[in-house]
Design a protein around this ligand. Structure first.
Ligand SMILES: *[C@@H]1O[C@H](CO)[C@@H](O)[C@H](O)[C@H]1NC(C)=O
Ligand SMILES: *[C@@H]1O[C@H](CO)[C@@H](O)[C@H](O)[C@H]1NC(C)=O
Ligand SMILES: *[C@@H]1O[C@H](CO)[C@@H](O)[C@H](O)[C@H]1NC(C)=O
Ligand SMILES: *[C@@H]1O[C@H](CO)[C@@H](O)[C@H](O)[C@H]1NC(C)=O
Ligand SMILES: *[C@@H]1O[C@H](CO)[C@@H](O)[C@H](O)[C@H]1NC(C)=O
Ligand SMILES: *[C@@H]1O[C@H](CO)[C@@H](O)[C@H](O)[C@H]1NC(C)=O
Ligand SMILES: [Cu+2]
Length: 815
């Protein structure tokens, strides 16, 4: 959806309210459209909906591929009796609100969300609070009582002096009776107001505060940029916000650079070079101010100074034309070329229906089982990942997505987006069958409550779940010749994938959790979407290429952080590396020449004793395996049954430690860190990271620096992945994913006595009917019980005549 269409929606819905109001909202929508980040969506809800809006699709509008046959095994609804890992349901959120606005919570002084304003106390966002793991495991494994679920409520206290952010625990869910400050050793609370995530109420007030800009320089912008913010018709400007960290400002104050773009699809590729720095500190908008203006590459100390310089002719005037919006505009996603008759692409077919089940938020697939949820703050989270009877991981989830830019101008230079600062999960919207997920996928909703979603909001297609034939063998061997035995055995790598895509402003991040039939699990992150660009200017050449008439795209570093609370055969685990070293061995006996040496590799075991020893920075010179195991659980040969972590998305954080914003993402220093499980180290990031660099509310480095012993402890792995991106013309109009698949895998390692996929129904074996008479032909066996043959599929099922006529096609038939 483009900012423009959203604006149209909004205008049509607000016109009724009268001209002045309509105009006000239009300006605001432009501002917010730019602020993008989904705030606009929230605003539309404010403008059009009062109170609750029902879940969108009724049962009859369920996707057709969820047919009656599988309905009983695919239930994507919220559970009426949510288990310990289940997100807060719509009903629970309603009772939570009733409590929060009741007299029993009067000390919070909350106004309802529709009346949220900078100077008020209001609920910014609600999330499920992580439960006590000990109690959850007792509940799951030993019939212990069901732990009480609790809500984490982030409240903006604009009503306090000084204003602050407070986080509360509200419990018990579903019928709360009490609330208390969420106080943890590892997290500051209350939190400085300047560190709070950007919100919708803030931008409403910004509109009023900044309207003077339109009054002062509206005519100049019209003349120079052929556009404006207000009364602009089809030629409007929109703004991209660049939050400036306190680490850069050297003080806990709140400033945002706003960069103006022509508001066409997609605005991010139409910068104008006009920017201003707004001081938006505190809860009193009358103190907001514009401190700097950049125009034509020059910086001015005030709007007035810019205006005078423009008028007295001492500044080089830019003359931009508003882009012509038509089918050929380079920044649109309109289909290019001629539509011509074409065959359809291959598709996923489930010839016998689904092979997985979904029971609310619990999935079963082959030997796998797991629960999952969508945290409004940190996005997709998986829990209690079981393979057969064994728990492999207690928790695997996204922690943070960050992208750090560089540039000559201050807006780009200081653009270090740490995206949970705009919240992650709430932007899991509208997965498209056939585009984002196979048509066969099951779509699963997620519900949120907060200021940005305004009331309770359900994203109907937050997740998709599907099984897919990867087209790659999971394993195979062909012993073609009779003398080698004459047999074939193999299986396709058919996998179950739980996917979500988070659209964070211009970028779209695809997050996949992949379950293989050999006991391996993978997590994959991909980035696509629009690149961020700035007006071409020679000073920027060092930071990127000129990609189109007016634009240059700056280089940047995408980074992802994941938590993996692995529990290998219990919670008493060790982290060991198998270090690959080289040795010179004496081979004089073999060669007969005294002193002859032969160089080869061998491994040594290296037990990691403490958290600092376990903080891993990749080194090409010291190849190693990373193994997690329970020292009491060994194979009959005395080898620890382990899981191995394979990292395929590592990237080097090259910034100086603790300089500028690097301080807020210390997790990016390590490709993997292993820490002792502690409740109060439940997450590596916080929603305050866009601003808190000077004094991070959560400092992941401390999780390591307390240097706990990690031998025979409950261990948590923290995995960072990333990719540097120097944009190029093929990133226009949007960045493609090939070559940027970042992933890590959890692989069984001496855990099973053999590859568990040997029992997979997807196996194929071929042997001679009679090994002593190979010319008699072959037996081709599959291990599912389904009959019937899909058309146009190149496989023999009940008809083996090809192989009967020509067994040499698979196995040698003559000695
Ligand atoms: C408020 O507290 C009173 C007394 O504890 C209780 O009876 C009432 O149900 C509570 N109201 C809400 C909305 O929780
Ligand atoms: C919002 O504020 C207006 C004006 O003060 C008031 O009339 C209205 O009842 C408030 N809405 C809610 C839901 O509290
Ligand atoms: C978790 O629960 C266990 C058992 O009830 C208790 O001993 C422990 O203190 C709890 N931990 C936290 C962080 O509350
Ligand atoms: C033009 O305006 C600028 C900025 O206000 C000022 O510094 C400069 O002296 C002015 N020059 C002339 C010639 O008026
Ligand atoms: C295959 O076997 C399963 C389990 O016995 C059964 O439920 C299913 O109906 C069978 N399918 C066919 C196509 O025979
Ligand atoms: C098997 O395939 C052969 C050749 O394609 C065909 O002539 C024959 O009728 C088929 N038999 C059956 C049972 O489908
Ligand atoms: Cu990029």
């Amino acid at each position: 959806m483009t900012p423009e269409t959203e604006m149209d929606n909004k205008n049509s819905s607000t016109v009724k309210k009268g001209g002045a109001v309509g105009r006000k909202w239009m300006f605001l929508s432009i501002l917010l459209g730019a602020i993008a980040l989904g705030l606009l969506i929230a605003l539309i809800v404010v403008a059009t909906n009062q109170g609750e809006h029902p879940a969108q699709p009724a049962p009859q509008s369920l996707p057709p591929w969820v047919d009656g046959q599988v309905e009983d095994q695919i239930d994507a609804s919220e559970s009426p009796n949510p288990g310990v890992f289940h997100d807060l349901t719509r009903t629970e959120l309603l009772s939570l609100q009733e409590y929060l606005y009741s007299d029993n919570a009067s000390d919070l002084n909350l106004v309802r969300l529709e009346n949220a304003s900078l100077g008020a106390s209001y609920v910014f966002v609600v999330d499920l609070l992580p439960l006590n793991k000990t109690e959850v495991l007792e509940h799951l494994d030993d019939n212990g009582p069901t732990p009480v679920r609790r809500a984490r409520v982030v409240v903006f206290r604009g009503d306090k002096t000084p204003p602050v952010v407070e986080e509360y625990i509200v419990q018990p869910i579903p019928n709360p009776t009490r609330h208390e400050l969420f106080e943890l050793r590892t997290r500051r609370n209350p939190i400085p107001f300047a560190y709070r995530p950007v919100g919708h109420a803030e931008f409403v007030e910004l509109y009023f505060a900044l309207f003077q800009l339109h009054v002062d320089v509206g005519d100049i912008l019209k003349e120079s940029l052929d556009a404006g913010f207000a009364d602009c018709g089809a030629k409007c400007l929109t703004f991209y916000p660049h939050q400036i960290s306190s680490a850069i400002l050297g003080a806990d104050i709140r400033k945002i650079w706003f960069e103006a773009y022509h508001n066409v699809p997609y605005f991010g590729l139409h910068p104008t070079g006009f920017m201003f720095l707004a001081q938006v500190d505190g809860a009193d908008r009358s103190k907001f101010a514009i401190e700097k203006v950049i125009y034509s590459g020059r910086t001015f100390g005030s709007v007035q100074e810019f205006k005078t310089a423009y008028q007295n002719g001492t500044v080089t005037k830019i003359k931009l034309e508003f882009p012509k919006v038509d089918k050929n505009l380079f920044s649109t996603l309109n289909f290019r070329g001629d539509e011509k008759p074409s065959k359809r692409a291959p598709q996923v077919v489930e010839p016998d229906g689904k092979r997985y089940t979904l029971n609310h938020r619990q999935v079963k697939y082959m030997d796998w089982q797991f629960d999952f949820r969508m945290s409004s703050l940190t996005g997709p989270q998986l829990y209690n990942i079981m393979y057969g009877k064994d728990r492999i991981a207690y928790e695997v989830g996204l922690q943070e997505i960050a992208v750090f830019y560089s540039g000559a101008n201050p807006a780009t230079k200081f653009s270090d987006f740490v995206d949970s600062g705009v919240l992650l999960g709430i932007y899991s919207k509208s997965l498209i069958p056939g585009g984002d997920c196979p048509e066969t996928a099951t779509f699963i909703p997620a519900t949120f409550l907060g200021e940005l979603t305004e009331e309770r909001q359900t994203n109907e297609r937050a997740f998709c779940l599907f099984e897919q034939n990867t087209g790659v063998p999971l394993r195979r061997h062909l012993s073609y010749t009779v003398s080698e035995g004459g047999f074939y055995g193999g299986a396709m790598d058919n996998v179950l994938i739980l996917r979500t895509i988070l659209t964070l402003a211009n970028y779209d991040y695809i997050i996949d959790f992949i379950f293989h039939q050999n006991g391996a699990m993978e997590v994959r992150a991909l980035s696509t979407g629009y690149i961020y660009t700035t007006l071409y200017n020679q000073a920027e050449n060092k930071y990127g290429f000129r990609l189109h008439d007016n634009i240059l795209a700056s280089l940047h570093h995408h980074m992802f952080h994941f938590k993996v609370d692995l529990d290998v055969l219990g919670t008493s685990n060790r982290y060991e590396t198998l270090d690959i070293e080289t040795e010179d061995v004496d081979i004089s006996e073999e060669t007969g020449n005294p002193g002859d040496k032969y160089n080869q590799i061998f491994y040594t075991k290296n037990l990691k004793n403490t958290e600092t020893e376990a903080a891993y920075k990749f080194n090409f010179d010291t190849p190693k395996y990373h193994i997690i195991h329970n020292n009491a659980e060994k194979t009959r040969f005395g080898v620890p049954k382990a899981y191995r972590i394979q990292m395929n998305g590592m990237s080097k954080q090259t910034l100086k430690e603790n300089s500028g914003n690097e301080a807020t993402i210390p997790w990016s220093r390590y490709q993997m860190a292993v820490t002792k499980y502690k409740y109060d180290e439940f997450g590596s990031s916080s929603p305050y990271k866009m601003f808190d660099g000077r004094s991070p509310v959560v400092n992941f480095q401390q999780y390591i620096d307390d240097n706990d012993n990690i031998v025979d402890q409950d261990l948590v792995l923290w995995l960072a992945m990333g990719v540097h991106h120097i944009p190029h013309t093929e990133d226009l109009p949007i960045t493609p994913t090939p070559g940027a698949h970042l992933s890590f895998a959890l692989l069984p390692y001496n855990y099973f006595k053999e590859d568990p996929s040997m029992t997979s129904p997807d196996s194929i074996t071929i042997v001679h009917k009679d090994p002593t008479n190979p010319q008699d032909g072959v037996v081709f066996r599959r291990y599912h019980n389904a009959t019937g043959r899909p058309t146009n599929v190149n496989l023999p099922s009940d008809n083996l005549s090809d192989y009967e006529d020509n067994p040499d096609l698979v196995l040698q038939s003559r000695n």
